[in-house]
Design a protein around this ligand. Structure first.
Ligand code: NDP
Length: 459
């Protein structure tokens, strides 16, 4: 009989933690889990899920306009933010209940409260001391805001889901996933949106054609997207409105400022030092390919490790952890060719290498690209473009990357993700019959490279 209270204790009831706990319990392990807030973590409670619901809401404004070209007369329209938030909250509560039920049904013991390490096998949750043979850290992250005067007047994505009213004018700070997604949501719901990005172009880390196309589309939809623009301070004015002063000295009057300026790990106060766990200067737990920290009994998965901050990746890491530790079948978490999407308006979806990255890695390339107006907008006249791009290794013919900005791109990219993961060649794309009429068929009908890129000389 083990001298530990549990075979596995999981800290955090988000996507990674819940999956790890359930799967370990299914092997017969005695599993406990601590959660200090709601079950479901960032994705379910204050991330992917509510964000996507708000994104649907935002798109209706265009749908109503576009309907006229198809013969529909849509009557007077009005939008009620509290109704949307209440309905969204109901759905999130339902999902949270499902997470709890999954844990209960799996036989996982739930401890409500904040867990702190006492040593490498011992935790305190409130007044309770708990020991475990293995501990899985799955505490996720939280948004961070720049330390500028008046930053407290701003809000983050955590609060965006609970605003009492929708501000008439909103400044969104940042150029990453969350910033472009919320700029699109607020704009679609009728707010006047200014987006400020400190760098040259939004979505750093994405293919340049994706970045340029999305920036153009965002501007066409009415967002005042400004690059090389960053706030220096925020002041409240007499009438309650806010004045954002940029580093350039320029000012913007607004009713709300949202910071989407990155995320940090939820490790402060966790007592990683007491357990001897190594972490980065900004609190992310350092792990090996098997999600093991430098301490044998302690693993970590999900956003707290800052590998790829995506829910399905956290889940895959948790599954690999259970295979490794509880099923005797060591599996490294696979971060290769992870498809992902940005739910901007229009959305972006990608898998594999971007052009510049593929060239940097020494591939000789064929680059295919197409840009067109989707069929839906032939009648509406809406000036919205779809862009698709394939990056092909000119020697092996393997498709190294697929990129898309446009309607339905996340749905399309999931299928292409399977193909790219399987190492598909351009010839197989060419041999695949398109589904007509769709946008997706363009991915299998691009025949002439836009350009070829010669191998970079070794330095
Ligand atoms: P990102 O790292 O994607 O973006 C942060 C943005 O804020 C960048 O544009 C960055 O600029 C800017 N920034 C950072 N610090 C400052 C500062 N001090 N002043 C001004 N600007 C600043 O973070 P997000 O918070 O948008 O998202 C976090 C992660 O969550 C993402 O990386 C993604 O993995 C995940 N996510 C995934 C989603 C999805 O799958 N659809 C949706 C939302 C989040 P710079 O580029 O110059 O560094």
């Amino acid at each position: 009989m083990s001298s530990y209270d549990y075979d596995l204790f999981v800290i955090g009831g988000g996507s990674g933690g819940v999956r790890g706990a359930r799967m370990a319990a299914a092997t017969g392990a005695r599993v406990g889990l601590a959660e200090m807030d709601r079950f479901g973590g960032t994705c379910v409670i204050r991330g992917c899920v509510p964000k996507k619901l708000l994104g649907y809401a935002a798109h209706f404004s265009e749908d109503f306009e576009d309907a006229a070209a198809y013969g529909w007369q849509v009557g007077a329209r009005s939008f009620d933010w509290p109704t949307l938030i209440a309905n969204k909250d109901k759905e999130i509560a339902r999902l949270e209940g499902i997470y709890q039920k999954l844990l209960n049904d799996a036989g996982v013991s739930i401890h409500r409260g904040r867990a702190r390490f006492i040593d490498a096998h011992t935790l305190a949750v409130g007044e309770e001391r708990i020991t475990a043979r293995h501990i899985l850290i799955a505490v996720g992250g939280h948004p961070v805001v720049p330390d500028i005067p008046g930053h407290d007047y701003g809000f983050t994505s955590d609060q965006a889901f609970h605003l009492g009213t929708l501000p008439k004018r909103i400044v969104v700070v940042g150029g990453g996933y969350i910033a472009v997604e919320f700029a699109g949501i607020f704009n679609g719901l009728g707010a006047e949106v200014t987006q400020l990005y400190r760098g040259e172009q939004i979505l750093r880390g994405f293919d340049d054609d994706v970045r340029d196309t999305l920036a153009e589309e965002i501007r066409k939809k009415g967002v005042d997207l400004r690059c090389h623009a960053n706030p220096a301070r925020i002041d409240q004015q007499g009438d309650g409105s806010l004045l954002v002063t940029l580093e350039s000295g320029e000012t913007i009057e607004t009713d709300g400022v949202m910071f989407a300026t990155g995320r940090r790990a939820n490790t402060s106060g966790l007592g990683l030092d007491r357990a001897g766990v190594k972490f980065t200067h900004d609190g992310f737990v350092l792990v090996d390919d098997y999600s093991k920290s430098n301490v044998d009994s302690i693993h970590a998965v999900g956003d707290v490790t800052n590998r790829v901050q995506l829910t399905p990746v956290a889940i895959a890491e948790a599954m690999a952890f259970v295979d490794t530790v509880f099923r005797g079948s060591p599996q490294a978490a696979d971060h290769h060719n992870v498809p992902s999407a940005v739910f901007s308006q229009p959305p972006v979806a990608v898998v594999g290498l971007r052009e510049g990255e593929a060239a940097e890695r020494g591939h000789r390339l064929e680059v295919y690209r197409t840009s067109f107006r989707p069929m839906k907008h032939t009648l509406t006249g809406r000036d919205e473009k779809t862009m698709m791009k394939l990056i092909v290794d000119a020697d092996s013919r393997v498709v190294l990357g697929a990129h898309m900005v446009g309607l339905d791109s996340p749905e399309i990219m999931q299928g292409l993700g399977v193909a790219v993961k399987a190492g598909v060649t351009k010839e197989i794309f060419d041999a695949t019959i398109g589904i007509h009429p769709t946008s997706a068929e363009e991915f299998v009908t691009m025949r002439t490279p836009l350009r070829t890129v010669e191998r970079k000389a070794a330095e």
